[in-house]
Write a protein that binds this ligand. Structure first.
Ligand code: HPA
Length: 270
């Protein structure tokens, strides 16, 4: 694994020599954020040694390097989900590569279903903690000490100081921010009504099919994480609530400007 990461990193550094300070992972329907970056270099995933390649036609992912809020950043245009059939190693590979490219902070977004009845579609929820018992833990297997310790502490997976900064940014700009616990599931089915209820009962405020595996490896490597869910549907509220992928994408798109603003301001303050 370490050798694969090193080869991928060496290849990228040949193409682009600057060290990005922030890595950005964008969720479903949140991809136009990439348009905010003054692009200096794009590298398709398919060109990078050992990088997972999207199996879905027309889904050509790439790493986008450039300036955002005056800082050097790298964004993943396209992420890998466990439900697509990727191994856990593949899902987290880009996060490890970005860390070894030198990022000092990881910003993550996702689309999620609300299980907290006080939420509504279009809300942004700062992830303050997560539940990750449903997808395989990416650290299962021989520990690679170059990444981090065997038994990583998870008492602060989402950095408190970044949460404080984000709340201040939101408050001064009249952006309503919720805060809560994200529960990671495998998908690709949306949850049954009973499952949404269960997740609410066990302490989840939102549920989604990404993020937790990425965050676990980031924490393992000592990388500070800030993450936001866009609440794209309310699984539990209405008796007749049917959830479609289209509705999720539309809600994410509508809420994206608020998320973009917070990410840009956070990066400006780095
Ligand atoms: N459940 C799981 N994943 C999701 C949802 C949901 O309701 N909405 C967007 N991603």
């Amino acid at each position: 694994m370490m050798q694969k990461i090193n080869e991928a990193v060496a290849f990228i550094k040949e193409q682009y020599s600057k060290k990005p300070v922030a890595g950005i992972v964008l969720g479903s329907g949140l991809g136009s954020f990439v348009g905010e970056i003054e692009v200096e270099k794009e590298i398709p995933y398919s060109a990078i040694p050992h990088f997972p390649v999207s199996t879905v036609e027309g889904h050509s992912g790439k790493l986008v390097f450039g300036k955002l809020s005056g800082k050097d950043v790298v964004a993943m245009a396209g992420r890998f989900h466990y439900y697509e059939g990727y191994s856990t190693d593949a899902v987290v590979f880009p996060i490890r590569v970005m860390k070894f490219l030198g990022i000092e902070i990881l910003l993550v977004s996702n689309a999620a279903g609300g299980t907290n009845p006080t939420f509504k579609v279009g809300d942004l929820m700062i992830i303050k903690d997560h539940i990750s018992f449903f997808t395989p833990n990416p650290l299962v297997g021989k520990n690679i000490s170059e990444f981090g310790p065997r038994f990583p502490d998870m008492s602060e997976p989402y950095k408190k100081d970044l949460i404080v900064k984000a709340k201040a940014i939101a408050a001064t700009n009249n952006i309503d921010l919720k805060e809560g616990v994200y529960c990671g599931v495998t998908g690709p089915t949306f949850e049954t009504r009973a499952e949404y209820n269960l997740i609410g009962v066990v302490g989840g405020d939102a549920v989604g099919m990404s993020t937790v595996q990425e965050v676990i490896v980031a924490v393992h490597m000592g990388l500070p994480v800030f993450a936001v869910s866009v609440i794209t549907d309310m699984g539990i509220r209405e008796e007749e609530n049917v959830i479609t992928h289209e509705e999720v994408l539309q809600a994410a798109k509508d809420a994206e400007p608020k998320l973009t603003y917070i990410f840009k301001e956070l990066i400006a303050q780095l």
